[in-house]
Write a protein that binds this ligand. Structure first.
Ligand SMILES: Nc1ncnc2c1ncn2[C@@H]1O[C@H](COP(=O)(O)OP(=O)(O)OP(=O)(O)O)[C@@H](O)[C@H]1O
Ligand SMILES: Cc1ncc(CO)c(N)n1
Length: 290
C-alpha cells in the first residue's frame, strides 16, 4: 500500500480529547500517518477551555508551508484556525499547494503494488470551529468573513455543526428542511461537499439523529440512534479526522463520510472518562470494555 498521510492544522488541547492531540490519535487508529501544524495553545481540561494563546499568524502559515511541502499529504484537515489571518492565508497557500502537488504529485513511498490510488488533487477537509463544546469562543472577530471569502471556495469537505452552519450562512436551522437550505447555501460559497452534523437539532432530540451529506449532485441522510445523555468533548475534531483518514485511505467522499460517522457513533456509545469533566471519543484502550 502507498503510505496514507494526513496533516492536521489545529489547536492544542492538553487534556487530549480535542485538537491536534485527538486528531493524531484518530489518524493512528485508522492506520494513517499524521503530521500536525499548531495554530494556538489552549489551557483546557476535560471540563472546558480556560485560556487561549494564539501563535502569530505568519508563523503558523510558515509552519504549514514547511510541512505540506515536505510531507506532500494528499489530505489536509483543519480544526481551530482561530485568526482571520490564518484562515485567509491558508486559503491562498492552498492554491499554491494544489499547483505544486499537480506538478510533482504526492510524495508517497511505495510499499506494495496493491496500492489504493492517492487522490490526483489534494483534498481539504475543513471543520469550521467556532467555539468549544462549553461555549468558549475559539474564533476571533473577522473569522467568519475570512472563512466565507478565502477558505470555503477551496474546501473539498466542510463539516459544520448546526450553530456553525447558522453563523456561516445567517440561516436559522430548526428542522431538516433548514439543514438542506443552509447546506445548499454553503455549496454556493464554493464548498464541494458539506457534511452538516445534526447533533444539535431539536427536531431529533428523541431517539434518532441524522447528519446531512450534500454536494451539487448528491444528497444523503446518515441516520443513527441517539445515545441518550452523551456529555462529550472533541466529537467534532474526531469525526473530521476519521473522515480525513478514510479519504487518505482512498475512499470516495460519500463512503468516507458514512464510515467516519458510523465509527464516531460507536465511540459515542462507549466514551472514555479520563478526567473530572466530559468523556472523550478519540481513543479506545485495549482493555476498555464496550
Ligand atoms: N447523542 C448522540 N448520539 C449519537 N450520535 C451523536 C450524538 N450527538 C452527536 N452525535 C453524532 O456525532 C457527530 C458530531 O455531531 P455534533 O452535531 O454534536 O457535532 P459537534 O457539535 O461538532 O460536536 P462537538 O460540539 O462535541 O465538537 C455527528 O455525526 C452526530 O450525528
Ligand atoms: C484545541 C481545540 N480545538 C477544537 C475544540 C472544539 O471542540 C477544542 N475544544 N479545542
Amino acid at each position: 500500500m502507498k503510505l496514507p498521510k494526513v496533516v492536521t492544522i489545529a489547536g492544542s488541547d492538553p487534556s487530549g480529547g480535542a485538537g491536534i492531540q485527538a486528531d493524531l490519535k484518530v489518524l493512528t487508529q485508522f492506520g494513517v500517518y499524521g503530521g500536525a501544524a499548531v495554530t494556538a495553545l489552549t489551557r483546557q481540561t476535560s471540563a472546558g477551555v480556560l485560556g487561549l494563546f494564539p501563535l502569530p499568524a505568519e508563523w503558523v502559515l510558515e509552519q504549514v508551508r514547511d510541512v505540506l511541502w515536505d510531507l506532500r499529504p494528499p489530505v489536509v484537515k483543519t480544526g481551530m484556525l482561530q485568526q482571520p489571518g490564518v484562515i485567509g492565508g491558508l486559503g491562498r497557500l492552498w492554491g499554491e499547494y494544489v499547483r505544486e502537488y499537480g506538478k510533482t504529485g504526492a510524495h508517497v513511498p511505495y510499499i506494495s503494488p496493491s496500492a489504493e490510488p492517492v487522490p490526483s488533487a489534494p483534498v481539504l477537509v475543513v471543520d469550521p470551529v467556532l467555539s468549544s463544546g462549553t461555549g468558549v469562543s475559539l474564533l476571533a472577530g473577522g473569522g467568519l468573513e475570512a472563512f466565507r471569502e478565502d477558505l470555503l471556495p477551496v474546501t473539498t469537505v466542510l463539516t459544520p455543526n448546526v450553530p456553525e452552519a447558522e453563523a456561516l450562512t445567517g440561516i436559522a436551522i430548526r428542522d431538516s428542511d433548514d439543514m438542506v437550505g443552509a447546506a445548499e447555501r454553503l455549496l454556493q460559497f464554493g464548498v464541494q461537499w458539506v457534511l452538516l452534523k445534526g447533533g444539535h437539532l431539536p427536531e431529533w432530540e428523541g431517539v434518532r439523529i441524522a447528519d446531512l451529506l450534500i454536494s451539487r449532485e448528491e444528497r444523503r441522510w446518515l441516520w443513527g440512534q441517539r445515545v441518550p445523555g452523551a456529555d462529550l468533548h472533541g466529537t467534532g475534531c474526531s469525526l473530521a479526522s476519521a473522515l480525513a483518514a478514510c479519504l487518505a485511505l482512498g475512499l470516495p467522499v460519500p463512503e468516507a463520510a458514512a464510515r467516519a460517522v458510523e465509527w464516531l457513533r460507536q465511540r459515542i456509545g462507549s466514551p472514555l472518562f479520563v478526567g473530572q469533566g466530559r468523556g472523550v471519543v478519540c481513543q479506545k484502550l485495549e482493555r476498555q470494555r464496550e
